[in-house]
Design a protein around this ligand. Sequence first.
Ligand code: 4AD
Ligand code: MG
Length: 463
Amino acid sequence: MLKPGEYVRDLLESEPGRRVTARGWVKTRRDSKGLHFVQLNDGSCFRDLQVVIEAGVVPEADLAAVTTGACVEVDGEIVASPAAGQRVELRGTAVRVLGPADPATYPLQKKGHSFEFLREIAHLRSRSNTFGAVFRVRSALSFAIHRFFQERGFVYVHTPIITASDCEGAGSLFGVTTLDLSNVPRTKDGKVDYSQDFFGKPTYLTVSGQLEGEAFALAFSNIYTFGPTFRAENSNTPRHLAEFWMVEPEMAFCDLADDMKIAEEFLKYVIGYALEHCREDLEFFNQRIEKTVISTLEHVVNSPFEHLTYTEAIRLLENANRTWEFPVHFGADLQSEHERYLTEEKIGRPVIVTDYPKEIKAFYMRDNDDGRTVRAMDVLAPRIGEIIGGSQREERLDVLREKIRAHGLNEASYSWYLDLRRFGSVPHAGFGLGLERLLMYVTGMKNIRDVIPFARTPGSAEF
Ligand code: 4AD
Ligand code: MG
């Protein structure tokens, strides 16, 4: 196991004269003028360690299997590097190939591969520059998310993955069953007999931990949940996954204004964290993926988010003088084209849209007094569109019951959720951030399949 001080990252920081053993996978190897050059990477940082071996120092037989993709161990001495672009390199004196990689069949070659091709070899793509950077940033952002909430006294709660309640009420659920699908038990009236199923009733993979999160917020005041969520929407877009990771804070004693404030502070914090701690990786994205990614992030951290009500947003879209694929009118859901117009063309930075019509938002959002809108807020970001969705929750028992009915949901299955309004209810609010949407924003990567290790999308669940 590599210990701190032994990673390539640390070797690159060490002083000439240090004797070390470097371990990692060979990015490339070339031989010229009596020297063997090996680029070695262990995933700890963007840069490779350059290993230089003089001809004759190491037996030819030991070198033969040092080819792209092989896992190797090299003993040697850190020396000042005569080459540009690196302070030090490793002068190798012994090489052991721990795991060879047949050059004839190793699929990840030096030439640039398309992201589509790399998705097919997702078990190997993390060894490439781009995906090494993506997944280091993913790890750093996840840590920053925990740190933000932990520093503010939020309790981390593990909400269930298997659930009987449909949080968003959108009907895009994956069922969880152990029933024999080729011989489904039926009730007398021909319906599926779920009483014979594992849990004795229909269950699903969760679309959101929010409802259970609310139960914890009404005990711990400030909580967050951070885990995988599942949506069976058949949307084959660059922004949708069937399995994605969501961060959901929930705060008691909190209204919509406070909710928006903490969402903005949170986004700025985690982006600031990436700017500070992932500089090398971000510089790569800036050069190779999206020319403006760093300046955009710096701008986001340093300027206040814009605020618009839904009604104002609709007016801006109506006055935009263009033909929308999805027509705009009060009551229409904002589509990607609308979100991008508002953030990219009209405003040029993140914008928080509030007070959506109640018909297009979930049952749990608090009604405004106008009778038409709810205290919802979506944070829209340039390039990405919706990155955060949140709201103040309906804390009044009678109003919430009425809303459950109006949304065509079964009150009995929300009885525990209604209990939270029966016993010690309080104004509370929260939001959900899709980790992969955030990663797309921070890295400039264009397809959400390229910021999650192994993507699950309609028709595709490899690995
Ligand atoms: O807006 P959504 O559906 O909100 C909720 O689930 C609430 N329960 C959150 C809350 O208030 N606690 O989803 C929240 C975020 C979206 O803004 C988006 O970033 C992400 O989750 N998201 C997806 N990301 C990838 N693929 C999908 N299919 C996504 N659906 C939502
Ligand atoms: Mg939403």
